[in-house]
Design a protein around this ligand. Structure first.
Ligand SMILES: [Zn+2]
Length: 416
């Protein structure tokens, strides 16, 4: 069966045809047999940090963090300062590889490497294109490492936005309201549409109101988290037309609270915030977390939020059909080895998605008409060699990390 669209859910029998990188009318071009299988549009991870791909299992010897700011100071703002060109590339390779193998065809990444800023987005884009992943990249501008690096961050975003790439687009990365001065924030917005964290922790309270007040929140903005927002800010957010990337597992892991995901909609997409990029797993976790609070949450929500991520990316690529498998849509698709053991149609797709499907069903993946995964293995690169390369890079990254102390930004109070 072919899932033509997740929102509204639309399925049909028959095979899928692809020509010139796009879904074609029946009988035209390459035929993808769907008998006994389920073909779905490729998933989008609407917010991630590829640079955290090598952080799994890394040693930690400092005092355990007690709040969100300390998590940043002691974990992520140490890791990002340890990144060099080798580890940026290796992280992108590992993250991109895992994305495709779990059925995620587009990554929206937010990158930080304060000691290797210039050219970092090209390193990531090159690595992802080599594997065959579609991406939206940005550099995380912040004042936490001083004015030189804030300037360099904006410059890296500007440089990358001007680049012409087949599978990558840019946004302007900004860390979060509490590490950005008005001046830097306005300079970021001047460079292009923002991709910014907002109200993830209490330290970033009133972030949405501030972004709105500065006039930098609009229908092209991508905001991650949106947890500590009041009713007025929810209204402001919805009126702006901005997209929210909701990261349920990350929020639980950091104990930062719960986004009011239904109220912030309809432009709510799902991200992982760096906890891999398996959107089956993320959508399951986000659903159960939502459901725990609200038995009346609509069953269509997981599919609608996944589709919203594809619509956001579709606007950046000027591909309004991205995320569907209708004729003319970019051929970003996933073949699932899932012979439905119970009746399946548009009306109950969400039930199969939450209670039946997972990334273990992912067999083949195509991005922009090119097979990038076949029989659960990457096609364009030597997967084993890349893993071995990444492991060596991770060892070097971890040894540098051991020498880097906790960041002191925020000890004197946030910028705002
Ligand atoms: Zn994030």
């Amino acid at each position: 069966m072919i899932v033509r669209s997740l929102d509204p859910p639309r399925l049909d029998d028959g095979d899928l045809y692809v020509v010139g990188g796009r879904v074609a009318a029946p009988g035209e071009g390459e035929r993808i047999e769907a008998d006994g299988l389920l073909v779905v549009p490729g998933n989008v991870c609407a917010h991630t940090h590829l640079y955290s791909a090598l952080a799994r299992g890394m040693p930690y010897t400092l005092e355990p963090p007690r709040d969100f700011l300390q998590i940043l100071q002691r974990v992520w703002w140490r890791l990002d300062r340890a990144l060099d060109e080798e580890s940026i590339r290796a992280s992108a390779v590992v993250g991109g590889m895992e994305a495709l193998l779990s059925g995620t065809t587009t990554l929206v990444d937010h990158h930080a490497s304060p000691n290797a800023i210039e050219g970092s987005l090209d390193l990531i884009a090159d690595a992802l294109e080599e594997i065959g992943v579609r991406s939206v990249l940005c550099y995380e501008t912040s004042d936490r490492d001083g004015p030189e690096r804030a300037k360099a961050g904006i410059e890296e975003n500007r440089r990358f936005l001007a680049a012409k790439r087949r599978l990558a687009r840019g946004l302007v990365g900004a860390h979060a309201s509490f590490t950005l001065s008005d001046e830097t924030l306005l300079a970021c917005a001047d460079a292009g549409p923002l991709h910014i964290h907002a109200a993830e922790g209490l330290v970033d309270t009133r972030a949405v109101a501030r972004l709105s007040h500065l006039g930098v929140l609009d229908d092209r903005t991508l905001v991650a988290h949106g947890i500590h927002v009041d009713d007025d800010e929810i209204a402001v957010f919805r009126a702006s037309g901005a997209t929210l990337a909701h990261n349920a597992r990350s929020n639980m892991n950091n104990a930062v609270g719960r986004a009011r995901a239904l109220e912030l909609g309809p432009r709510v997409a799902l991200g992982t915030d760096g906890i891999g990029s398996d959107m089956f797993e993320e959508s399951h976790a986000a659903w159960f977390r939502l459901r725990e609070d609200d038995l009346l949450a609509p069953g269509s929500w997981p599919l609608a939020t996944l589709a919203e991520g594809t619509r956001f990316v579709g606007r950046l690529f000027a591909e309004p059909q991205l995320g569907t498998l209708e004729p003319g849509a970019p051929a970003d698709l996933v073949v699932l080895d899932y012979a439905a053991p119970a009746p399946l149609d548009g009306a109950n797709l969400a039930g199969h998605w939450i209670f039946g499907l997972s990334s273990r069903h992912v067999r083949d993946v195509m991005v922009a008409g090119t097979w990038v995964v076949r029989d659960r293995r990457l096609v364009l690169v030597d997967q084993d060699e890349l893993v071995a390369e990444a492991r060596r890079a991770a060892e070097r990254l971890w040894s540098r990390l051991a020498e880097i102390p906790a960041h002191t930004f925020g000890l004197q109070g946030a910028l705002r």
